[in-house]
Design a protein around this ligand. Structure first.
Ligand code: ADP
Ligand code: MG
Length: 843
């Protein structure tokens, strides 16, 4: 057995092997050590009914799927090794084979998939300084391919978030990632490319062909029955979309909040979709905002019409509620793993399409009309399923009864025969009961022994002579008669034949349905598009969002903008709206203000509004006018990064370098506390030089919002015309400060750090002491003329100053008293000391 095991294992060295033994799938050796903790099951050393001694663990076959799903969700691959002959008929060791390999990027089991998220396999193929790149979602058939410079692959991964990456042997991903990696030989990639006719990709682009072909070939390996739902890949045109990198995705909390909660993300706030297709389309729209003015107007028109017609929208959404995930169900139909209930639910979903079309009839804008009129008629596919499937369906075809009566004449007559045989069985039971006089006699069925007459042990001697004994139990005996035996053969023969016919008819059904792949893909896409637009309209209406306007000249002009997430989730204080005005004459805003004043929120709010507009949504503002932004850069300072535990200053500088290198005149750049990750002097100098550079590099940098606690930076505005200063307004009321969260022109005059500490609940003893230190510090600034202010603040001048900085006046006086040598003091000197001490205390 172990030899067989190792043979199987050698075929799938990078997968955890589920090896079927009896009612369990067993894992051995390193597989067991790895899987047991992930599955929360016990690791043992010895098999229960053999003498194998090895680290092992096992799961019951009935619950295998959920365990596989868990391992796959944890990024592992699983190979399932089944018994491929009937153990009762096997001579010696049962033959086994690998029947299925499940990988994170090719899994189709609904347990392992999130309904609202795509599940991509990425395939990569490096060639001449570029990489061919393909993303395939096998669960839906969505397929994209393109080429990218190696430096941009990480960005593409941040957007598509693949669960698995397929690479040629010897290649590595050119960035660090925890995605599960699979490899195939270079020749395998070559063969795949040669064998694939990918019409949708321009010829000659070998790298993207190779990647797309490899993705398909790999998926095909996992699903040997074929992938009829995977159509040709759509070309990925990265340069026609707004660029968003991992930093921007994180800063704008597109998919997760800064604490890692997806329910508090922008995506979740927008997700009023009614179908999983719509929800997936939403993620796609957020990840790839448009740059095309025509497309943007088109989308806003559609949202506007749906906002203006809430009844029509409501009717559409009611239909959408009944559609379900027809796209993923179809994926399972296409690869042959859909169960009868899946197919029935799918057909019921298709039946909603005419209602959807009718509900949308009153709508007139061109985008909506295009989507609705382009939705193909698929009622024939639904009808095909309904003609075959029974009204009450088992989960598995093998359980029997999945096929409707009337679907097949032979099946009907066999079922008739089986029903008749049931009557005959009852007749035999009654007859033998009468003959033997055993009133408790019952006909039983058992998979191994078939039909038998069962009598309690007490009645053994009343059994007629012509009964043949079949089986003895503890307190009963089982018999057959020739008539029962004959009937049994008839029944079992009919059963077997019924099973065969049902299986064949069901397989035919799936094959026929799979033939509708092209129409299904179009129907799913249309439903997704309507669902998404209706959701955006619902969000716009409930949030009082407005339609953005396109500006022909470079501009970001927002009045009374709000940050949708802060507005929604921070309910403790009312949200304060803020304006934003950026144009070529006022390209850079240096925003100062106290900690907790609202600077970071303001920066993110502007970028969020831009992104919402370009994904086709309305925006949370009173008014907004924008020119398309080609990329959002975000550089968020050290303090906000600490959780991620990176070498922050290095990260900060890498990101700053990327901004300087890649920004264009149409980019939006958020710089939040840049320079914090290093000493004050370094940080301030770098921040200063960066702002100057962004100002002076013609055509190389777009709009910049720079939040900083370096007040010195506000002086740049004096010398650079396109730099403006803004600050977060603060009001002092009776010695306490209130942060108004309002952006106003000008520079902050104080930092209000101690007030922030008070707001944060530090005890008065600490904040009072801080005030004392601060006043010493300020006094010292007056004492030591000439040295730079920053140096003095940072405590970099030595001697008395240093001492003053950290001591209170009283302690200083005590210190001097203690140190005074009275034996050596003249009365005059003592008097002078006394005077100076008193002077100190007066402050
Ligand atoms: P800073 O970056 O200046 O330290 P933050 O942007 O982090 O300040 O905001 C501090 C706090 O104030 C956060 O809790 C945020 O939710 C809240 N806040 C920020 N801006 C506003 C606003 N415009 N209206 C209401 N609350 C806000
Ligand atoms: Mg901040």
């Amino acid at each position: 057995m172990l030899r067989q095991y190792f043979e199987m294992k050698s075929r799938v060295p990078d997968a955890i092997l589920f090896y079927r033994m009896g009612d369990f799938y067993e894992m051995f050796f390193d597989d067991a050590r790895e899987a047991a903790p992930l599955l929360g099951i016990a690791l043992t050393a010895r098999h229960r009914d053999s003498d194998i001694e090895a680290p092992m663990c096992g799961v019951p076959w009935q619950s295998a799927d959920q365990h596989i799903a868990r391992l796959v969700a944890a990024g592992r691959k699983v190979a399932i090794c089944d018994q491929v002959e009937d153990p009762r008929r096997a001579k010696g060791l049962v033959r086994r084979d690998i029947t299925r390999v499940v990988t994170p990027g090719t899994v189709l089991d609904p347990h392992a998939l999130l309904p609202g998220a795509a599940c991509f396999l990425a395939a990569l193929s490096p060639a001449q300084g570029e990489w061919g790149l393909a993303f395939l979602d096998l669960s839906t058939g969505r397929f994209h391919a393109g080429r990218l410079a190696p430096g941009r692959l990480e960005e593409a991964f941040a957007l598509f978030r693949p669960r698995e990456a397929l690479l040629p042997e010897g290649s590595e991903l050119p960035f660090s990632s925890d995605v599960a990696v699979s490899r195939r030989p270079v020749q395998w990639f070559e063969r795949a490319r040669a064998g694939a006719g990918l019409r949708s990709l321009s010829s000659g682009e070998t790298a993207e062909h190779a990647a797309a072909a490899a993705a398909r070939a790999y998926a095909q390996e996992m699903r040997p029955r074929g992938l009829p739902h995977v159509l040709d890949p759509e070309p990925l045109k990265f340069d026609e979309r707004m660029r968003l990198d991992a930093a921007a995705i994180a800063t704008l909390e597109l998919f997760e909040s800064s604490e890692g909660d997806s329910r508090l993300s922008l995506c979740s706030l927008l997700d009023r979709t009614r179908t999983p297709m719509g929800s997936r389309a939403l993620k796609d729209a957020i990840s790839r905002p448009s740059l095309d003015p025509v497309e943007l107007e088109d989308r806003w028109d559609a949202v506007e019409e749906l906002v203006a017609n809430p009844d029509v929208r409501g009717a559409i959404q009611t239909e959408l509620d009944g559609v379900g995930d027809i796209e993923r169900s179809f994926g399972r139909i296409a690869v042959g793993t859909a169960g009868p209930r899946d197919v029935a639910a799918w057909a019921a979903g298709l039946r909603r399409i005419p209602g959807l079309r009718a509900a949308a009839e009153p709508l007139g804008c061109s985008r909506l009309r295009r989507v609705i009129d382009g939705m193909p008629d698929v009622s024939d596919l639904a009808a095909r399923a309904e003609r075959t499937l029974a009204p009450d369906l088992p989960v598995l075809v093998s359980a029997g009864g999945a096929i409707r009566s009337g679907a097949d004449a032979e099946l009907d007559s066999l079922r008739e025969l089986r029903r008749g045989a049931q009557g005959t069985l009852l007749a035999i039971e009654a007859e033998e009961r009468r003959r033997s006089g055993i009133a408790t006699l019952k006909i039983r069925f058992n998979r191994v022994f078939g039909y038998s007459l069962e009598v309690g042990a007490a009645h053994r001697d009343r059994v007629p002579a012509d009964w043949i004994r079949r089986q003895s139990l503890a307190n009963a005996e089982r018999f057959v008669t020739p008539a029962l035996k004959e009937l049994e053969e008839k029944i079992l023969g009919a059963e077997e034949r019924i099973g065969e016919i049902e299986t064949r008819l069901y397989a035919d059904l799936l094959t026929d349905l799979a033939g509708g792949a092209d129409r299904l893909a179009r129907a799913s896409a249309a439903i997704a598009a309507i669902d998404l637009l209706a959701a955006l309209a619902e969000v716009a209406l409930t949030g009082r969002w407005v339609r953005p306007k396109l500006s022909r000249s470079p501009r970001i002009s927002i009045s009374e903008g709000r940050h949708p997430l802060v507005e929604r989730h921070r309910r403790d204080e009312p949200f304060v709206p803020n304006d934003c005005e950026l144009s070529p004459e006022r390209r850079i805003v240096v925003l100062t203000g106290p900690n907790m004043g609202g600077k970071s929120t303001y920066l993110r709010q502007v970028a969020t509004i831009v992104l919402l507009a370009q994904m086709g949504s309305f925006v949370p503002a009173a008014e907004a006018e924008l020119s398309p932004i080609d990329r959002i850069f975000t550089r968020v300072g050290a303090a906000d990064h600490l959780l991620r535990g990176e070498s922050t200053f290095m990260v900060e500088m890498l990101e700053a370098a990327a901004i300087v290198r890649d920004a264009t005149a149409a980019s939006l750049i958020l710089l939040d506390e840049v320079g914090r990750g290093t000493s004050t002097f370094d940080g301030l100098s770098i921040a200063w030089a960066l702002v100057e550079h962004l100002h002076d590099a013609p055509g190389k940098s777009g709009f910049v919002l720079f939040a900083t606690h370096y007040h010195e930076l506000t002086e740049i505005a004096l010398v650079k015309p396109a730099v403006a200063n803004a600050t977060m307004a603060v009001k002092e009321i009776g010695g306490r400060v209130v942060f108004l969260k309002k952006v106003v022109p000008g520079a902050a005059d104080r930092s209000y750090g101690i007030q922030v500490a008070e707001l944060a609940g530090l005890p008065a003893s600490v904040t009072d002491r801080a005030r004392e230190v601060l006043s010493n510090l300020e006094k010292q600034e007056l004492d030591v003329q000439g040295a730079p202010v920053i140096a003095r603040r940072a405590g970099e001048s030595a001697g008395e100053g240093q001492l003053l900085l950290f001591s209170g006046s009283e302690e200083l006086v005590l210190e001097k008293l203690r140190a005074a040598d009275l034996d050596r003091l003249t009365p005059i000197a003592a008097l002078a000391l006394l005077a100076s001490l008193q002077e100190r205390l007066k402050g």
